[in-house]
Design a protein around this ligand. Structure first.
Ligand SMILES: Nc1ncnc2c1ncn2[C@@H]1O[C@H](COP(=O)(O)OP(=O)(O)OP(=O)(O)O)[C@@H](O)[C@H]1O
Ligand SMILES: O=C(O)C1=C[C@@H](O)[C@@H](O)[C@H](O)C1
Ligand SMILES: [Mg+2]
Length: 164
């Protein structure tokens, strides 16, 4: 069964997911990275085909990843898909949170298309829209704002053990 990481842009899903996978000896799948491998850079997909098309290919990649024995980091908006919400209801899901002060430097210099214009204000608005979904799906909920990656990974492995 996969372990799934969800949360907003910059929460650390990719970085913590890859460390967690190493720790538990499982493969790591990042759905954004898989989309890039197959379809090219995400900002180009958004620019060329628009967000609805991106969500369709994202759902395909997510559905495939959720059938793998892996640590799976989802894109920030993947939980908007109702079928993905259904899939996640029966899987161990880790919500990674981050506050605004901590995320600002993490987002600097990025190419995330949804916040290309609005920056941190847009990030805040998107999070507010999605937070009820994130919270409803999470089995483990933790803040990554001011803690080293190794500590966060240790806490997740401990809490996953308690879930089993
Ligand atoms: N606990 C942490 N402390 C400090 N920096 C961190 C921490 N976790 C992640 N980072 C840094 O924050 C940035 C964003 O992290 P990461 O790419 O893992 O986030 P993400 O949740 O995958 O974001 P996205 O949804 O955009 O893919 C990276 O530069 C990463 O190295
Ligand atoms: O929050 C979002 O909707 C997104 C987050 C990223 O992980 C990418 O999946 C993409 O930039 C969209
Ligand atoms: Mg990521």
């Amino acid at each position: 069964m996969p372990v799934v990481l969800i949360g907003p842009m910059g929460a650390g899903k990719t970085r913590i997911g890859s460390r967690l996978a190493r720790e538990v000896g499982a493969p790591f799948v990042d759905t954004d990275q898989r989309i890039v491998e197959r379809y090219g850079p995400i900002e180009e997909i958004f620019a060329r085909e628009g967000e609805p098309y991106f969500r369709v290919i994202e759902r395909e990649v997510v559905a495939e990843a959720l059938r793998e024995e892996a640590v799976v980091a989802l894109g920030g908006g993947a939980v908007l898909d109702p079928d993905t919400q259904d899939d996640l209801a029966t899987l161990p899901v880790v919500l990674l949170r981050v506050d605004e002060a901590a995320v600002a430097p993490r987002l600097a210099g990025g190419t995330r298309p949804l916040i290309a214009d609005g920056g941190l204000d847009r990030w805040r608005g998107i999070l507010a829209e999605r937070l009820p979904i994130y919270e409803a799906l999470a089995d483990i909920d933790l803040d990554t704002s001011r803690r080293p990656v190794a500590r966060i990974v240790a806490e997740i492995t401990g809490r996953l053990g308690a879930l089993a």
